[in-house]
Write a protein that binds this ligand. Structure first.
Ligand code: TMP
Length: 423
């Protein structure tokens, strides 16, 4: 089900090839092992965060959830890789949000990328999910779109919405297929899938095949700097195999025909950056500036780990004391993040009665590793609990506004990120 990761997927530190020359003597060369990846954060053994199944169904399993830090390129990465076939290929429940927050974000990235591309005509999206973003771009002037995604259920949805989709993982082979379908696109876009990928070198080779001289590659990723500063420890789960530093991308692309041209920062999902990558030959001043400002370090990871532990104890104690007083507590947003919180705090149905969520595919299932049921969003105002933990804190403004009746009737939100707040 999973295998260990002992070398850095960006710069290779820890791999047998990653040795440094210590000294050359008359007797020959002496090599020393380079530094090793350093353990910085450990959440123990956890269920897969999106393994929402009915009480009677088979579970995918549990795996260690531990982050290793690369002292050379500052990439954080999980100590194990769960097989992508288990995580994604069958009935993957994560659907791109159609919330107002997300639509506004799509608008922002379309504005930026339309300007960055010489001709905003053809777009290929890697990790296209149900085709929501490609559909948006087609309705905003882009002429041709192709999706690539390994989840069969989601490719089918995209196809029914008129978005052609290759149901494959992205690599050199699927890049060749995409090239045959649409030629070199003006834009290759990948939102929040790059940090799910184990083989970054293979991914870069695929990009080199598909990208032409004028192609803009735009990869949106959560940025470890935001995660560390806002204590978003609940974004650490098995699908996120990497916690990205710009420095690691610089290392990764070093031996390729591609280079980092710029990095745009967005607030979405607790803080993300759009890596702008192009075939070499451009002025990389904007990327150098962004790289020089990055503050990810071993100390920052250690501080994050210590503060996250305190935060878990805080929420755990708060919920237990409210439950002991007879208060009713539920969750809102059965995100993968909710699984991480619930496991870290050891919550069961006796603490969190249910989690309300708008995704139909999650209803009547259970939060992974627990007996906590997932129900429809309407349950919040039907049941009127005393407290609701906002696990989908990245949609805070939108959800609190949408569910204002809950507060009008006396309900209170517990918002866990960036700090635990009752509102
Ligand atoms: P995400 O942060 O990984 O996108 O997950 C957010 C979860 O919250 C997802 O399961 C959908 C759910 N959600 C609602 O139930 N209601 C909402 O209004 C929004 C925006 C999200």
């Amino acid at each position: 089900m999973y295998k260990p990761r002992t070398s850095c997927r960006a710069c290779g530190l820890g791999s047998p090839q990653s040795t440094t020359l210590k000294q050359s003597t008359a007797a020959g060369s002496v090599y020393q092992e380079d530094q090793k990846l350093i353990e910085v954060f450990d959440l123990g053994v956890q269920p897969l965060a999106n393994d929402f199944v009915a009480a009677s169904d088979e579970r995918a399993g549990f795996a260690p959830l531990k982050v290793l830090f690369c002292p050379r390129c500052h990439l954080g990465q999980l100590s194990v890789e769960v097989s992508p076939n288990i995580l994604y290929s069958h009935n993957y429940p994560y659907v791109t949000s159609t919330s107002d927050t997300m639509k506004a974000h799509f608008g922002l990235i379309n504005d930026g990328l339309s300007k960055e591309c010489k001709r905003p005509n053809t777009v290929v999206e890697i990790g296209s999910n149900d085709g929501a973003l490609l559909g948006f771009l087609l309705s905003h002037g882009w002429k041709t779109a192709l999706g690539i995604d390994p989840a069969q259920n989601l490719c089918q949805v995209a196809q029914t919405h008129g978005i052609p989709s290759l149901c494959q993982f992205f690599n050199e082979v699927s890049a060749e297929t995409a090239l045959k379908c649409v030629g070199h696109p003006d834009l290759i876009l990948a939102r929040h899938c790059f940090c799910h990928i184990n083989d970054w070198k293979g991914f870069v080779k695929g990009l080199e095949v598909l990208a032409g001289d004028n192609t803009v590659i735009a990869i949106e990723v959560p940025w470890a700097q935001d995660m560390l500063e806002n204590l978003e420890f609940d974004t650490v789960y098995h699908e996120h195999t990497s916690y990205l530093s710009l420095k690691s991308i610089d290392f990764l692309l070093k031996d390729s025909s591609l280079g980092l041209s710029d990095a745009w920062h967005y607030d979405i999902h607790g803080g993300a950056i759009m890596l702008i990558i192009k075939k070499r030959g451009f002025d990389d001043a904007r990327a150098r500036l962004a790289l020089s400002k990055e503050r990810i370090s071993l100390d920052a990871w250690r501080e994050f780990a210590a503060k996250s532990e305190v935060k878990v104890m805080e929420l755990s104690a708060k919920v237990r004391s409210l439950a002991a007083e007879g208060k009713t507590i539920v969750g809102y947003g059965a995100s993968a993040k909710s699984t991480v919180w619930i496991q870290a705090c050891g919550f069961k149905k006796s603490h969190v009665r249910f989690i309300a969520d708008c995704t139909k595919g999650k209803w009547y299932k259970q939060s992974p590793g627990t007996d906590i049921p997932i129900v429809d969003e309407g349950a919040l105002t039907r049941e009127l609990p005393n407290y609701a933990i906002l696990f989908a804190w990245n949609f805070r403004k939108e959800i609190i506004e949408k569910e204002r009746l809950f507060r009008e009737k006396g309900g209170k939100w517990i918002v866990p990120v960036p700090k635990i707040e009752i509102v």
